[in-house]
Design a protein around this ligand. Structure first.
Ligand code: SAM
Ligand code: SF4
Length: 339
């Protein structure tokens, strides 16, 4: 059971950004830094180039300007991501700004959760609507092997803390990898027993500097679903969405499970997103590499209309089927665009 393209917020307002294939663009993901405090093997190399050394990250006032322009163009949902967004000490102020911007209806974040203890209360007070918490193992040693950092205890405690606080809607992102963490499925499903959390099992994607991608670790959505049915014979399938393509729930459990076929399915026909990289490029498609540069305009104090034109140009170039157009040429790491 699944529905088609249901993810957009029903605002009753016609989107002002519509691409040449008639898809309204209503959702912006802003990567606020390319830096990270973990080194997930499928995402970046140990010696991940600190991008900021050559091109500085967008400044706080520049991100605020981008949000204002996006809201004026009919964007209703903002996700802060990275790199690791909680590495920015001004992250709460950015969330607050987005929440207080007319037209923005939903503000979310994707984080590895390592620094969440530092920010949870302030993010809650700022009105963050939802948070995707990425954690690929619930075992300390395996977590260390995947992230190359010995931070499991703090991350796990932060996951418990946010679930217990019930202050923010939480989704748990798990990249499923053959021979690495897929045998932990039951433990992850267990998280949905007492808490209204969605555990999302995701396919590995080829934005992978380390090329784990090429080492037979890919574990497809069909295998994930097979395993779910095998381990949980009474699992019930629920309506999916354009992203959380397959939905499930276990009888008596408070949360839900989703399977995201990020690689094996093509989501292009439902795509309502644009991305802004931490160095100020507008990327209209996950598979696009170049983007349209906002930085020269931002740094020369150009007016909002000039910035809006860059977004319009980017959206006008949004490919109908970006995955197909990309062929076998992918960007090196998801950290540049925030997933
Ligand atoms: N650092 C934050 C985090 O990990 O949540 C935000 C940025 S991270 C790039 C966003 C999401 O992309 C995470 O859930 C991560 O697991 C996922 N991701 C990164 N590289 C990936 C890859 N090669 N395949 C699939 N998912 C990936
Ligand atoms: Fe950092 Fe997120 Fe990439 Fe892991 S997936 S290295 S936490 S940016």
């Amino acid at each position: 059971m699944r529905s088609s393209c249901p993810d957009s917020l029903d605002t009753g307002k016609k989107s002002l950004l519509v691409d040449t294939h008639n898809r309204p663009v209503e959702y912006a993901r802003i990567s606020v830094t390319s830096q990270c405090n973990l080194r997930c093997t499928y995402c970046m190399r140990e010696e991940h180039e600190p991008h900021e050394s050559s091109v500085p990250s967008l400044k706080k006032h520049e991100i605020k300007t981008i949000i204002d322009v996006l809201a004026g163009l009919g964007i209703t949902k903002i996700r802060f991501t990275g790199g690791e967004p909680l590495l920015r000490s001004d992250i709460v102020e950015l969330v607050e700004h987005a929440k207080n911007t007319e037209g923005i209806r939903k503000v979310t974040m994707t984080t590895n959760g390592l620094l969440l203890d530092r920010y949870l209360q302030r993010l809650t007070d700022a009105g963050l609507d939802a948070l995707n918490f990425s954690i690929d193992s619930l075992e300390s040693e395996r977590y260390h092997a995947i992230t190359r950092r010995n931070e499991f205890e703090r991350v796990r405690a932060n996951l418990s803390k946010i679930l217990a606080s019930k202050s923010i809607r939480v989704k748990v992102n798990v990249v499923m990898m053959r021979g690495i963490n897929c045998e932990e499925m039951a433990e992850f499903v267990g998280l949905t027993r007492e808490d209204p959390v969605t555990v999302r099992f995701m396919e590995l994607q080829p934005f992978d500097d380390n090329q784990i991608w090429r080492t037979g670790k890919f574990f497809g959505a069909d295998k994930i679903r097979e395993m779910l049915h095998d381990r949980f014979p009474d699992i019930q399938q629920t309506e999916g969405s354009s992203t959380e393509f397959f939905g499930f729930r276990l009888p008596g459990y408070k949360g839900s499970i989703a399977v995201i076929p990020a690689f094996t399915r093509n989501f292009c026909s439902c795509c309502n997103r644009i991305r802004i990289t931490s160095d100020g490029k507008v990327i209209s498609c996950l598979y696009e590499k170049e983007g349209f540069n906002l930085l020269p305009l931002l740094r020369s104090n150009s007016d909002h209309e000039a910035l809006a034109d860059v977004f319009r140009s980017a959206v006008a170039h949004k490919p109908e089927d970006g995955k197909h157009a990309a062929g076998n040429s992918f960007r090196a790491s998801m950290s540049e665009i925030g997933g």
